[in-house]
Ligand binder design. Structure first.
Ligand code: MV4
Length: 451
């Protein structure tokens, strides 16, 4: 086992990882920026090092600063959490060169999935359905020809993109002409790579993702799916597991497809395969996330498996000590992400000092957060304050418990998305479970009509 683990992150996920390390008995090293001196992860870790100023590029994204902290503290493993260094193959390689285990997949596996056109090819080779699409395109003719085959609309995506940035929907030949170069230029400036590819554009699909776990010996299991369709501007707001859009047969087929793909790239650690599902129940691979995700908790709650603990054990070279048959998914879990944002002002970030704080509790309620009374939320980072996750024997029980928990939760001094979540949890369409990625847009329209 490792001697000590450095957590190259902040906020709720740093706290989450420190908790898992403590339970294993592993000392932890926190790193923090000058804006995060009073952060909870700094207090909970065995020791902590300031690695730079508030600006992420000079602290949480500074490879020399992070590696120095690891070497000085004697950490022999680094957990990157999500965001920041989590999907940086160059960082994974540098860790390895310094004899530090990067808790995650190899740089090689990461690169295979970072290139979205290459990832599609890997999926096709392994019999995983992909959205009808192309390899890298360089001319408007290629795009028009593809659109003639599958019909408009089609979507232009950056090969090096992901997560919603650098995409353009085009509805006809003229729009191809006007958008191709813009898309390439944006791709170059956002991701340093101008390459783009094209897919048939699916209208308001379900966003379904499958959690997998792979050890260093080729054993891979899946934990079923999460439904992440409730998003606003590519930011997830509510996630749940299982998805009511997925039946047992589809669950098995998606899970097996994800396992095949993970084996094909010699994947190690936790990972997520993102799929889009259309209204006929047809599903297609979209991209893979090679990290622990914010919404991993809903899967933990229905499977009773601590995914972060497993991630650390696997990185330390342990074999998976359970098989697919041992994984039993029970009940239903829902997660609401609570952000320091003002829903009445277009979700504008709203940092500041928390003057009053009471957390919900009780049976089936979990709160993962780094905030506390008198804590000042700095303006420099993501506005997520934490997550409320509720379990129930069925979806409605989980949903009602969530409503109860959100009503108990008190955060004063700053505006948060708590009231917004309370409204959604009580919304008839949300209650019906009959929603897709168009939900928030539709919800806002319905609210505007009633106002
Ligand atoms: C799509 C799509 C429809 N068809 N690709 C958005 C995030 C990025 N990872 C890819 N995204 C989409 N890709 C095809 N071919 C619709 C979206 C999309 C979306 C996907 C998941 C969840 C919410 C979304 C909201 C808008 C668009």
């Amino acid at each position: 086992m490792f001697k000590r683990v450095l957590i190259a992150n902040r906020g709720e996920i740093a706290v989450r990882i420190i908790r898992a390390c403590r339970e294993i008995g592993l000392p932890t090293v926190a790193i923090y920026s000058e804006a995060d001196e009073n952060s909870l992860h700094v207090r909970l870790a065995t020791e902590a090092y300031c690695v730079g100023p508030a600006e992420s590029t000079k602290s949480y994204l500074s490879i020399p600063a992070i590696i120095s902290a690891a070497l000085v503290s004697g950490a022999d493993a680094i957990h990157p959490g999500y965001g920041f260094m989590a999907e940086r193959p160059d960082f994974a390689e540098i860790c390895e060169k310094h004899g530090i285990k990067f808790i995650g997949p190899s740089a090689e596996s990461m690169r295979k999935m970072a290139d979205k056109a290459a990832a599609r090819k890997t999926m096709i080779e392994n019999n995983v359905p992909v959205i009808p699409g192309t390899d890298v395109v360089t001319t408007v003719e290629e795009i028009k020809e593809f659109a003639k085959e599958v019909g408009y609309p089609v979507i232009l995506k950056a090969v090096a993109g992901g997560g919603g940035k650098g995409m353009r929907i085009v509805n006809n030949d003229d729009e191809v002409e006007t958008n191709m170069e813009i898309c390439q230029t944006e791709a170059k400036s956002f991701f340093g790579n101008p390459d783009i590819y094209v897919e048939k554009y699916l209208i308001n699909p379900h966003h379904i993702e499958v959690q997998i776990l792979a050890d260093q010996y080729g054993n891979v299991v899946h934990f079923g799916e999460r439904d992440c369709s409730i998003q606003r501007r590519h930011q997830k707001l509510i996630e749940e597991a299982p998805s009511i859009a997925v039946n047992e047969e589809t669950r098995r087929a998606m899970g097996e497809a994800a396992i095949r793909a993970a084996k094909a790239i010699n994947y190690e650690g936790v990972g997520t395969f993102e799929f889009l599902m259309d209204h006929d129940g047809k599903w297609y691979f979209m991209e893979m996330n090679t990290r622990i995700q914010v919404e991993h908790c809903v899967t933990e709650m229905i499977s009773n498996v601590d995914l972060v603990r497993e991630q650390i054990m696997i990185a330390a070279g342990e074999k998976l000590d359970f098989t697919q048959d041992d994984i039993v998914l029970r009940g239903h879990a829902i997660e609401c992400r609570i952000n320091a944002e003002d829903p009445s002002k277009g979700f504008m970030p709203n940092p500041g000092t928390i003057t009053g704080y009471v957390t919900p509790g009780g049976f089936g309620v979990r709160v993962d957060s780094h905030i506390y009374q008198d804590y000042t939320v700095p303006p420099n980072y993501d506005s997520m304050l934490g997550k409320v996750i509720c379990w129930g024997r069925n979806r409605n029980e989980a949903r009602r418990r969530m409503y109860r928990a959100l009503k108990e939760y008190v955060i004063t001094g700053i505006e948060t998305t708590l009231p917004f979540h309370q409204d959604i949890i009580e919304d008839d369409v949300f209650i019906s479970g009959n929603f897709d990625t168009g939900f928030i847009e539709d919800y806002n329209k319905r609210k505007a009509e009633h106002a």
